[in-house]
Design a protein around this ligand. Structure first.
Ligand code: ADP
Ligand code: MG
Length: 475
């Protein structure tokens, strides 16, 4: 080695994946983590969990998809006494989808502990059933600030026994105008408690919130990780008016099973869905004008692989945990390099390769230069007309979603549905994908080849002793 004595290089710290087993977690939680195949901590978990488990208040910042939910879930479960039947932990989330995802993740982690009751309290659902559930008691409440405030004001929720308060996606909650609601809710919590604040970004308002109700918070920030080799990024120049059509060209060439396409406006989202539908693709959009049931259906269909493309704005896609995206398409390059990095960071997860494909008009080239500059990478340009369809077959999603009327309210469980599918329709587990039970409906993903036949047989049979009402969700 040359010059070793005259110049000591900065040490290269290899990010060593650290096992959960080095944390002071209960044996049953460690066992569950193993079953879920969460072996190593993600960087934000490794940075925040030792502090959180030591009872410290935290401000933790890391990008979407970095594993923040598991970080705070392990902390609040560790603080929990299952034998004490009172609300001991509360997670505030910006939207119902996120609250549902968080509640689901906590449920998965808590499955080895007996009888931990987790309740979601969000707007959009009627108050009365929530009040009844609260009367039955819960250990953990997950919900949106507005709805939780309603319950506090009515006295249907009391927080005397609370020991852990979590603000998830704090930046987003501030964006959505929840500041005052959060302050009110926090004022109703006992002073002696642990407060964990999680956020993807760190806008000004966060420091103010933290100052208001955290005690000597430790701040843990994970610098934006640049797109590693797992995300292959390409830029395509295309005339502004031709870019919606160009999305079809990308899809026919790369043939990704699941694609998230980002547009800058809601109108553009709708236009793109129309264009893709016209070209024979299964595409759906998600926006704030939809009612809850419509949003649920879109997310379910995309997540269970019966829709190829989800078109969304940054706001609509924010925080959604959609695993296994083969591609992210930027229909417009965003002017903000940080947002660009967030968008493309949604693909190439969990050791799988992903494509980040950006369409760019000549007027937007400066944006690409900005991105290249801020990430220290050289953009790879490719000519759109060099792309050829990889197959003559249309890009069809592998699954079809079946909607069955009746859900949690009718006490339908995934096992009942699988039972009927195996019994009445003669299906094997391999022919059935995700089964999602919501309040009013149950959604089942079926392999496309057998879907029609299976639906016919199922419609002729019974579920929980009743006739089955069902339909395929296809546009
Ligand atoms: P964030 O809240 O930071 O956006 P999430 O908590 O939604 O991220 O986690 C993203 C994904 O990573 C989830 O699907 C989760 O199950 C998975 N995940 C979290 N922690 C681990 C881990 N230690 N090992 C493997 N996968 C993990
Ligand atoms: Mg999150």
């Amino acid at each position: 080695m040359m010059n070793e004595s005259t110049h000591t290089p900065a040490p290269v710290i290899e990010a060593q994946a650290r096992p959960f087993s080095e944390l002071p977690l209960s044996p049953s939680l460690l066992a569950t983590l193993g079953q879920l195949e969460y072996h190593a901590m993600t960087p934000i978990q490794a940075a925040s969990l030792p502090l959180a488990l030591a009872g410290k208040d935290l401000i933790a910042q890391a990008k979407t998809g970095s594993g923040k939910t598991v970080a705070f879930a392990l902390a609040l479960l560790t603080n929990l006494n299952p034998r004490r039947f009172a609300v001991q932990a509360m997670v505030l989330c910006p939207t119902r989808e996120l609250a549902d995802q968080v509640a689901q993740e906590i449920r998965r982690l808590a499955r080895a502990e007996d009888n931990i009751k987790i309740l979601t309290l969000c707007g959009g659902n009627t108050m009365r059933p929530q009040m009844q559930s609260l009367e039955h008691g819960a250990h953990i409440v997950v919900g949106t600030p507005g709805r939780i405030m309603d319950h506090l004001e009515r006295g249907s929720l009391t927080l005397d026994a609370l020991n852990t308060l979590v603000l998830d996606e704090a930046d987003r909650m501030l964006d959505m105008g929840f500041h005052d609601d959060i302050v009110y809710v926090a004022s109703q919590c006992p002073r002696e408690r642990q407060t964990l604040l999680f956020s993807a970004t760190y806008p000004e308002g966060i420091a103010e919130l933290a100052h208001r109700f955290q005690r000597n918070p430790h701040q843990v920030t994970l610098a934006e990780q640049h797109a590693g080799s797992k995300i292959r990024q390409r830029f395509f120049e295309v005339a502004h008016h031709a870019r919606l059509q160009a999305v079809g060209t990308l899809l026919r060439h790369y043939r990704p099973e699941s694609t998230l396409a980002f547009c800058n406006t809601k109108q553009q989202c709708r236009d793109l869905v129309d264009e893709l539908t016209r070209q024979g693709f299964q595409a759906l959009t998600l926006n704030g004008d939809m009612d809850q049931r419509e949003r649920d259906q879109v997310l379910i269909r995309f997540a269970n692989r019966s829709c190829s493309v989800l078109v969304a704005t940054d706001v609509a896609a924010r925080g959604l945990d959609i695993a296994d995206l083969e591609a992210v398409i930027n229909v417009d390059v965003t002017p903000d390099p940080e947002i660009h990095t967030h968008r493309i960071g949604r693909t190439g997860r969990a050791d799988r390769d992903g494509w980040a494909l950006s369409l760019c008009s000549s007027a937007d080239r400066r944006r690409v230069d900005n991105i290249a500059h801020s990430t220290g990478t050289e953009p790879e340009w490719q000519a759109l007309d060099s792309l050829v369809p990889a197959s003559d077959e249309p890009l069809t999603p592998p699954m079809v979603t079946l909607q069955i009327l009746g859900g949690r309210k009718e006490k339908i469980r995934p096992g009942d549905v699988m039972g009927a599918l195996a019994g009445e329709a003669g299906l094997t587990r391999e022919q059935v994908g995700k089964i999602t039970v919501t309040d009013q409906s149950t959604y089942v993903a079926l392999r496309r080849e057998i879907a029609t036949d299976a639906m016919r047989k199922l419609a002729a049979g019974k579920l929980k002793g009743k006739a089955v009402k069902l339909r395929a969700l296809e546009d």
